[in-house]
Design a protein around this ligand. Structure first.
Ligand code: F6P
Length: 472
């Protein structure tokens, strides 16, 4: 039986089916997966995740008990759950990504305010079923008094469900997103808000990326459940859940190793040929509403308008990878990003200068090359749990100046050496881009070194070890 279990929606690998029906395995991305991948292969650890695509479902159906490692894949011990596609769709797209993600990133505004009708009730039922499927699998797989690390907003109900099945287990929940303040969180139907909070309080330990998100969570518990909150945690219904802050960082050595591989080198050369010796402003994001890409492009446009002396001497390399295209909001947002990019091109491009290069294909080697070459890294989310891009950039470019949203979790650790901006203030962001470009070499090197040190303070292995310790 397993002594440590990790549960998350997205697992460390995903599969695609080729024309001839062969399965190709790909490593997963994102903060959560990169945080946990380092431990996935340790002895006694089992990772339980959902099958996300038809390729994943084919792989699971061929694997004994959904155990991909036992089907010969080099994944570490991994069990993928084949949840009925309709249930998965409602739980993942409708509840997790369209509701809980929107609430915790404060993405609702008046025109798209939520409408919790009877359709949402069905979707919520599916979210319960999806959480129940995880709780059941974890209960089956966990050894006596095993430690179970449940991840993120997809799985808020699983801790309480699992505790009901297996009171011997030691359970942690970790939120990789921000948490909303009570006045915003309470736009959820009362029953739903309670279930989410009580679901997480089923854990022994609730972890967050920053003190700010942890406080928002405990404020919600006090305001909505009448729970008792003190410096250690939250007491509700006679049980105490400890609350901890674990600021996920980056494994700098591993990042350097990967960024020195031949595919990255050849991308560096190709990019250098493309942009010449012009200065580079880089951004790397999923095309995600909370990442605020449209305002970032608008800020670059303001910067070009205010500083004609930079025309022809700077290029904005913007990576906006596809994300969550099952949701109309994301498809519309992708179109808005592309429109905005085209407007900048139309207004400023000349025969020998492309002011903006927008990359919309998922190309990890190319983004690592961009990090290495960046003079300025722009990270301007409306709100973000942590944002590992802000941490990776200064590690790979020792002369990179960071323009960072004060609303990113990373601002708590990087704020002293980044140029902090209000993500809604496009003029301020444009001014910060300029300040970053003209920053003296010595100052940018000093700041980048401090940023890199802060970024590597709690690499994934230590981050997870601290949470496992908290459960011991
Ligand atoms: O909590 C945030 C997160 O899980 C990140 O780790 C990751 O970048 C993102 O969400 C992935 O979202 P999805 O799995 O929907 O692509």
């Amino acid at each position: 039986m397993n002594s440590v279990l990790v549960a998350s929606n997205r697992g460390p690998v995903s599969f695609t089916v080729s024309g001839e029906g062969a399965l190709t395995m790909k490593r997963g991305g994102g903060g959560l997966v990169s945080g946990l991948s380092g431990v996935a292969k340790d002895d006694g650890v089992l990772w339980v995740c959902a099958a996300l695509s038809d390729g994943d479902r084919s792989a699971v159906r061929q694997a004994p008990g959904g155990r991909l490692d036992q089907a010969g894949y080099d994944t570490g011990a991994l069990r993928m759950l084949d949840i009925a596609p309709a249930t998965f769709h409602r739980a993942y797209n409708a509840v997790a990504n369209s509701t809980l993600w929107f609430v915790n990133h404060l993405l609702y505004d008046t025109p798209n305010a939520p409408h919790f009708g009877s359709r949402f009730q069905r979707e919520w039922e599916s979210y319960r079923d999806y959480n129940g499927a995880f709780a059941l699998a974890l209960a089956e797989e966990a050894g006596h008094e095993a430690r179970v690390m449940v991840q993120d907003y997809h799985l808020t109900l699983a801790p309480a469900m699992l505790r009901a099945e297996r009171p011997d287990l030691r359970i942690a929940h970790f939120s990789h997103t921000p948490w909303a303040p009570p006045e915003y969180f309470s736009l959820l139907p009362d029953e739903v808000a309670r279930e989410v909070l009580e679901g997480i309080l089923g854990a022994d330990h609730a972890g967050f990326l920053t003190g700010r998100w942890a406080r928002a969570f405990t404020d919600c518990c006090a305001a909505l459940l009448g729970a008792e909150v003190d410096a250690h945690g939250v007491t509700h219904d006679g049980r105490t859940t400890r609350v901890g802050v674990h600021a996920l960082g980056v494994d700098g050595e591993e990042l350097w190793r990967r960024a020195g591989e031949p595919d990255v080198e050849s991308n560096v050369q190709a990019l250098r040929e493309q942009v010449g010796d012009r200065k580079l402003i880089v951004r790397i994001d999923r095309t995600e509403l909370s990442k605020n890409i449209v305002r970032g492009l608008a800020a670059y446009r303001e910067f070009l308008a205010a500083h004609p002396e930079w025309h022809g001497r700077v290029v904005h390399l913007a990576f906006a990878y596809p994300s969550r295209h099952d949701l109309p909001e994301y498809r519309e947002y992708t179109a808005a990003v592309q429109r905005c990019a085209k407007e900048i091109e139309d207004e400023y491009a000349t025969e020998d200068w492309d002011p903006l290069i927008l990359n919309v294909d998922d190309n990890y080697a190319r983004s690592l090359a961009a990090y290495r070459m960046a003079d300025v890294l722009l990270v301007n989310p409306i709100r973000d749990g942590m944002n590992l891009v802000a941490k990776e950039g200064p590690i790979l470019s020792p002369r990179c100046a960071l323009v960072l949203s004060r609303e990113a979790g990373a601002a708590a650790e990087l704020g002293a050496d980044a140029l902090l901006v209000n993500p809604y203030d496009v003029v301020e962001t444009a001014q910060a881009l300029h300040a970053a470009l003209v920053m003296p070499e010595e100052e940018r090197a000093r700041r980048a070194a401090n940023l890199a040190a802060a970024a590597t303070a709690l690499p994934p292995q230590k981050w997870l070890a601290a949470q496992l310790d908290a459960l011991s």
